[in-house]
Design a protein around this ligand. Structure first.
Ligand code: TXA
Ligand code: MG
Length: 345
């Protein structure tokens, strides 16, 4: 049975969190909120505990996990060859939504690193995440708390619906701020390379460390199977409905989506649209506005896909978003949820 606790992130009940931290310390799995998405955690140094994460998610075992730490010093027991560049990024962005990849030490089990000789490390900023890691006394491996392939959950209610009964504990602690997973950057080569875009952008990092590369395989379909982050090659973020991105001049996009909806509805398919808030009234069908700017769009994207499933939508049309700043992360997730189906108008 799953122990479910509601915790107010502004007024943390440490006693209640202790129950969950004790579960983690005993090798069990607990879901908790982070500033990006909900995470499904277990003791990163305990192979049997980590195995439970893969089982709960139905996740392929070659897909490595991110290890979450409470303070910067812990990195020295998990990884080696921490560069000056990495230290600068840590100083600026930790705690926060940045994951860095280093050469791993032997203490990190192969099961955690998916058989790689590197380890991904992140120090989250969410107060509940920080408190549960601190009280558990161990580094916590935590992928997003979804069944493998589904959109990552950013709301407590969605986590409970999907994962109740699959884990030992769930802490429900409000909505996640960023709504997209952390930026993953490989620090093992001379120039840092982004393996997964997130809300901390290439441009923000470059101010501190000079040129930052982007794994070319994450921007298009062609090379995706060669992606350096093993997780990037799997089907991902897929709602039950079929997602299409419609891209082009705004007016053309609106007209195209509305005519596609007419065609689909004639076949008795239920259609949904996700779009910028200013266009909400321009579409037929079930419309969800994602926000007024890219930050809001990022924080609502996964949630909107889950809501479309709840409404039983068969086909989801999405506007395209600008591919700059956080937009790069948004388009990366959206492209994957659409299986790279883009209609250009
Ligand atoms: O925001 C986040 O990062 C969330 C929260 C819970 O912290 N976690 C998360 O974990 O998104 P997950 O497991 O869903 O995604 C981890 C990504 C995968 O694409 C994985 O392949 C990549 O990071 N990764 C992990 N370790 C790696 C390594 N050693 N080398 C290359 N890629 C790695
Ligand atoms: Mg994930």
């Amino acid at each position: 049975k799953t122990l479910i606790s509601n915790i107010d992130e502004l007024n943390i009940d440490k006693e209640e969190i202790k129950k969950h931290a004790d579960l983690l310390a005993k090798g069990k799995t607990v879901i908790f909120p982070t500033e990006t998405v909900y995470g499904l955690g277990a003791n990163a140094l305990d192979e049997e505990a980590v195995k439970k994460i893969y089982e709960a998610k139905g996740r392929p075992s070659d897909n490595p996990l991110i290890v979450h730490i409470y303070n910067e010093n812990e990195i020295n027991s998990l990884a080696t060859d921490i560069s000056e560049q990495a230290k600068k990024l840590m100083d600026e962005f930790w705690p926060g939504p940045l994951t860095m990849i280093f050469k791993k030490k032997d203490i990190v089990p192969q099961r955690t690193s998916g058989g790689l000789d590197t380890v991904a490390i992140r120090m989250p900023s969410h107060p509940i995440a920080r408190e549960i890691i601190r009280q558990s006394g161990v580094p916590i491996a935590a992928p997003s708390a979804n069944i493998s392939g589904r959109p990552s959950p950013t709301k407590g209610e969605h986590v409970c619906e999907e994962m109740n009964g699959r884990v030992s504990g769930i802490i429900v602690g409000g909505d996640c701020d960023f709504g997209l997973e952390s930026t993953v950057v490989d620090m093992t080569s001379e120039k840092p390379m982004i393996l997964r875009p997130g809300s901390i952008t290439k441009e923000q990092m470059e101010v501190l460390v000079g040129e930052v590369l982007i794994d070319p395989s994450i921007e298009g379909k062609a090379d995706i199977k060669k992606a350096k982050a093993p997780g990037m090659k799997y089907t991902h973020y897929s709602p039950n409905g079929d997602v299409y991105i419609v891209s082009g001049e705004e007016e053309n996009v609106i007209n195209k989506i509305n005519s596609l909806i007419e065609e689909q509805e004639a076949k008795n398919l239920k259609c949904g649209v996700i779009c910028k808030n200013k266009n909400i009234n321009k579409y037929k069908g079930q419309v969800i506005g994602l926000g007024n700017n890219l930050e809001e769009v990022g924080s609502n994207l996964f949630n909107s896909l889950i809501e479309m499933d709840k409404k039983g939508i068969d086909v989801i049309y999405s506007e395209a978003f600008s591919n700059t700043g956080v937009g790069r992360a948004i388009m990366n997730r959206l492209m994957k949820s659409a299986g790279y189906k883009v209609i250009e108008v």
